[in-house]
Each structure stands twice: as structure tokens, then as C-alpha cells.
Design a protein around this ligand. Sequence first.
Ligand code: CDP
Length: 222
Amino acid sequence: MPDSSFCVVAMDGGAASGKSSTAKLVAARSHFLHVDTGAHYRALTAAALSKGLGPEEGDALDQFLETVELETAINGHDGLIRLNGRIPSKAEIRAENVNAAVSRFAALPAVRACVKTYQQEQEAVARAAGFRGLVMDGRDIGTVIFPHADLKVFLVADPAERAARRARDGQNDTISDRDHLDSTRDTAPLQAAADAVVIDNSHLSLEEVVERITTLLRERGF
Ligand code: CDP
């Protein structure tokens, strides 16, 4: 049994694998804070692109990253990123140019270094705000950000099902290209932690996935 009453859940998986929807529902059911780290990379990408900076910009991009201040705004069970005093909108961070560039930004060590401490600090943010836990979704949460998480879940789904989900959302998003870039990069690649529980949700409802995670949490004493 864990000695702490606070629980950290790392939820990783590829693009459109259902991480955010699952994490949101787990957070609401268990009174955890949900933090979507994809939004962090998307917010940085949108901000850099709006300044005319691409992922190959080198020094200019490094200088921009040094000016970045990150804070968290809590909205219900969501911990939203505030970048240089502003919370970027969903439309901004899910725009087509961001979908197309985000994985190239996220592969840069300087970009990952810019958000790493901020992401690790979200545990303290959640504790201070009175949540019972933190559920963070991304690609490297169980491997790099919280290697000692109380529960690690790695979500997978059929490529066809994932593409259909994005199409249903009305989004133009080359998820297989992003998965390829995310899995083959040198720094913090997309991969399941050795101790992650892999859940294939291709043929499971959101409810069924959340039920499995709730059971795993109960088994771990939460
Ligand atoms: O919503 P979706 O699963 O399509 O993607 P996302 O979670 O919003 O993440 C967008 C992109 O950010 C990913 O394709 C990765 O390139 C990057 N990312 C990452 O490198 N590490 C994370 N922990 C989260 C996202």
C-alpha cells in the first residue's frame, strides 16, 4: 500500500489514442487534477510560429525559449498552461499549422527542457489546490517526467480507429507522421515504460477504459 494519500497517474500513448478524454474522466471521478502536456508543446509551437520562428531556427528559437514564463490556471479539474501571461485557446493550439509542426518542435532538447520542470511542478500545484491526485497525459510522462508515478497507463488503439476519431473531430491531422517522429526522436521518445499497464481501447468504450483504470487505482490502494 502506498504511504501517501496523493496519487500520480502517468498516461502516455500515441496521437488520438484517447489519452486526454480518458484522463479528463479519471480526474473528474477521482478528484484529480488533469494536465494535458500535449497542450504545453502545442502552446510553445503556436507562440514560436506566431513570431515567425520555425523548429530549425537555432539561436533565435533558444532566445525565444529563454523569455518564456509558464504558469498554471486551474479550471475545474484542468490545469491549463498560461504562457507569458496568456492562456492560448484550443483553436490556436489545435490549428493545422501547429498539428503539422508540433512534433518537430517537441523533438528539440531545448523545447523539452523548457517544459520539464514546469510539468514536474504540477504535482505541487495539484496538492496545493486540494486535489487527491494528478493525472498527466503525454508521451514521456511515465518514462521521464514521473518515472515513480503510482500508476502508469499506456493507451493504444488501431491506426484506423485513431484516424476515424480525428476525422469525427473535424481535424486535419497527420497522426501517423507525428507518431513516427515522436517514436524515433532521440530525446524522450514515445514509448511505454517497462512498468506501464498497456490498454488497447480500439474496441472499448471510454467508460470501460475509465473503469479499468479505477480498478487499477483501487488495487494500488487509492
Ligand atoms: O492530442 P494528440 O494525442 O494528437 O497530441 P497531443 O497530446 O496534443 O501532443 C501533440 C504533440 O506534442 C505530440 O505529437 C508530440 O510531438 C508532442 N508531445 C510530446 O512530445 N511529449 C508529450 N509529453 C506530449 C506531447
